[in-house]
Design a protein around this ligand. Structure first.
Ligand code: SF4
Ligand code: SF4
Length: 315
């Protein structure tokens, strides 16, 4: 998507995480999408279709169906994927826990249906917490079903980088599966998890910040922990009952602080806010973000400085 009226940083492909429903068929103890929001919110199918049409008009080029477990509503998600693909050429991804992939034959039936209707990629969630509820064999069934039927996939291996996860990682390697580690987010049910001390190098911690649309029609500028910043509601863009998709996306793309997160990154903003370098390297990215933007006083200071001091705080 190219919009010449926006500064270069905003000439990005528009992508969105689409929360069709918050309902899930398991209850993982690390789930970020839980506790703060009702567990069984769901959009109407007709409403979701109208929103996708509006998203296509707003030049959104990628939709990731997420939130609870989307494939509880396999036929409805299939219709939405088909609409995206057939009518608008939108790239689609479904994020799933694979409870449905109990056997290779069952995995095939879901995958063939999604693939035939134009799904671009299946993202399989996997972790030692998911696998307390779901046999890890399901992940292999789903991944091998994708390989067999020519559907792109990757496994999102959620980890706290502790030794406890070595066996989980070996399992994926032993089966030759494609996976990417993803840091557990200490929000929602994982809020009270013990955190191992971290010491990274001084990383920029930039975020692309794809928006997230919840079934309540609230839209957030960040699709991960963003809806949990409840003291400031920093990432809340608005609700589709009051605004158009285009208006909310523009709000996300023109907000100076969001653009600083995208470009100079959380680390530089924390440094500007007075955090010591030694402190910064001990925080995970979303935790540091939470310290900065879920504190009303600090947020007010950063908003004041967004066009002045913060602009100059880069190498
Ligand atoms: S982490 Fe995913 S699979 Fe687990 S309860 Fe949350 S939405 Fe469901
Ligand atoms: S660092 Fe902030 S903007 Fe980036 S994913 Fe985490 S909460 Fe969202």
């Amino acid at each position: 998507m190219v919009n010449n009226s926006l500064p270069p940083v905003n000439r990005i492909m528009r992508k969105i995480a689409f929360g069709y429903s918050t309902r899930c068929n398991v209850k993982c103890e690390h789930c970020v999408a839980a506790d703060a929001i009702p567990e069984n919110l769901k959009m109407e199918l007709a409403q979701a279709k109208e929103i996708i049409t509006e998203m296509a008009d707003a030049q959104i080029q990628g939709i990731s169906f997420t939130a609870g477990e989307p494939l509880i509503y396999l036929d409805e998600i299939t219709e939405l994927v088909s609409l995206c693909h057939q009518k608008y050429g939108i790239y689609t991804r479904v994020v799933t826990n694979c409870l449905w992939a109990k056997t290779p034959a069952l995995a095939d039936s879901y995958i063939v249906q999604l693939k035939e209707n134009g799904l671009s990629q299946l993202r399989l969630s996997y972790s030692r917490w998911h696998q307390k509820n779901i046999a890890r064999r399901n992940i292999v069934n789903a991944a091998q079903g994708c390989q067999k039927n020519g559907l792109d996939y990757f496994i999102s291996f959620v980890t706290d980088f502790s030794e406890q996860d070595d066996a989980c990682e070996h399992y994926l390697r032993d089966h030759g599966l494609r996976f990417f580690p993803e840091a557990v987010i200490f929000a929602g049910r994982a809020q009270s998890f013990e955190r191992l001390p971290l010491c990274t190098d001084y990383q920029a911690n930039c975020c692309p910040m794809n928006p997230y649309l919840a079934p309540s029609l609230d839209m957030y500028a960040c699709c991960d922990a963003g809806s949990h910043f409840t003291r400031t509601n920093f990432f809340h863009l608005g609700n589709l009952k009051d605004s158009t998709v285009e208006q909310l996306l523009q709000k996300s793309e023109t907000n100076s602080l969001y653009n600083h997160i995208r470009t100079i990154g959380i680390t530089a903003i924390a440094s500007f806010a007075g955090f010591k370098a030694r402190e910064i390297i001990q925080y995970r990215k979303c935790e540091l973000c939470e310290k900065l933007f879920n504190s009303p006083d600090r947020l007010a200071m950063l908003q004041r400085e967004a066009h002045s001091g913060l602009n100059a705080w880069c190498r």
